[in-house]
Write a protein that binds this ligand. Structure first.
Ligand code: UT7
Length: 323
């Protein structure tokens, strides 16, 4: 028998305020046509004044718990992937832990920017396979609207706020790739690409900073590295593109999503796409897309799902799981 980390619940939350592309036309030399053509984004959600990452994460967590038929007290661990935590410390995860009524588990944040959810999911899988936890909630939650340079049209039109959550539980599998649960993971980073995507401030410099990105270069790396990491993870368990029911990619740009799907040999009819409605929500984008995909009736029990993401670092990776 082989231990597997199986998805038992999923949920998401988007702030109430929806911001269409036309909003940026008022203050910047940009247009709805350019944003849609170059990124596929039509709208995004922005958190209200005073609404924080842990607020969004708590709502996503509550929906995931309800869908799993669990309460906060049932969890052994809570991991939040975020680069926009409420405070320098404590972690957003411990804040959510308190709000969902969990006092016996442990909670911590993971920071791998847009690849954060894939990194957090891989860590949760390791905790479960090593017997350190049986039930782990993994949340991706971000308020990237707080780190935008509103005068930089090449970045501020791309990002949004939101949160998504999944609950994993240990279950005995057969060890075959037909098991439900996480089947393979692949993580990578290369810090020599630091200057391609970063925030120009932080605690150690006593500033908050704003996001800076060499969009074209990040785009080039994304197309090359995302297909590669997905292939690597699939190959680890003897699976190929034909076996994939759903690719659930990081939602940064529709052109990256399309190029990666093509490289993977997966038609767009097998890709969950939410970038038009959410924009780039960094670590929240994959769990948001998973939750929306389930809600829409796309992702069903037993489906083979491949998630892949890349972001600042650069850091990138993928997780193959049977839903
Ligand atoms: O989540 C982390 C990973 N991040 C990503 O994956 C993002 C990757 N990059 C991208 O998605 C794309 O590179 C962008 C959407 C950021 C930009 O698209 P692009 O096709 O690479 O455009 P570009 O940067 O080459 O810019 C083309 C032109 C430039 O004008 P010139 O120099 O040709 O005159 C830009 O100044 O478009 C201009 N431009 C804009 N025009 C209107 C840049 N932003 C805008 C804008 N509205 N908002």
């Amino acid at each position: 028998m082989t231990l597997r980390a199986v998805v038992k619940g999923v949920g998401h939350y988007l702030p109430e305020r929806v911001v269409p592309n036309s909003y940026f036309e008022e203050s910047l030399d940009t247009s709805n046509e350019w944003i849609v053509a170059r990124s596929g984004i039509e709208r995004r959600h922005f958190a209200a004044e005073g609404e924080t990452t842990s607020d969004l994460a708590t709502k996503a967590a509550e929906m995931a718990l309800a869908s799993a038929g669990m309460t906060g007290a049932d969890l052994d661990a809570i991991i939040i992937a975020t680069s926009t935590a409420d405070l320098t410390f404590p972690s957003a995860a411990t804040m959510v832990q308190a709000r969902i009524g969990n006092t016996k588990g442990f909670a911590f944040d993971v920071q791998a920017v847009c690849a954060g959810f894939v990194f957090a999911l891989t860590n949760a899988n390791a905790l479960i396979l090593s017997g350190q936890a049986r039930r782990v909630m993994v949340i991706g939650a971000e308020t990237f609207s707080r780190i935008m340079d509103w005068t930089d049209r090449s970045t501020c039109v791309l990002f949004g706020d939101g949160a998504g959550a999944v609950i994993l539980e240990a279950e005995e599998g057969t060890g075959a790739n037909t098991d439900r649960g996480i089947l393979a993971t692949d993580l990578n980073s290369d810090g020599s690409y630091r200057d391609l995507l970063y925030v120009d401030g932080g605690v150690s410099t006593k500033t908050t900073g704003v996001l800076r990105m060499e969009g074209k270069e990040v785009f080039r790396h994304a197309v090359e590295k995302l297909a590669e990491t997905a292939h690597t993870a699939l190959e680890k368990v003897g699976l190929g593109s034909d076996d994939v029911n759903w690719v659930v990619p990081h939602q940064a740009n529709i052109r990256i999503i399309q190029s990666t799907a093509k490289k993977l040999g997966v038609g767009m009819d097998r890709v969950v796409v939410t970038v038009q409605d959410h924009g780039n929500t960094s670590a929240a984008s994959i769990p948001l897309a998973l939750s929306v995909g389930v809600q829409n009736g796309q992702i069903k029990k037993g489906d083979l799902v491949v998630t892949e993401a890349i972001g600042g670092g650069l850091a990138w990776g993928s997780v193959v799981l049977r839903w």
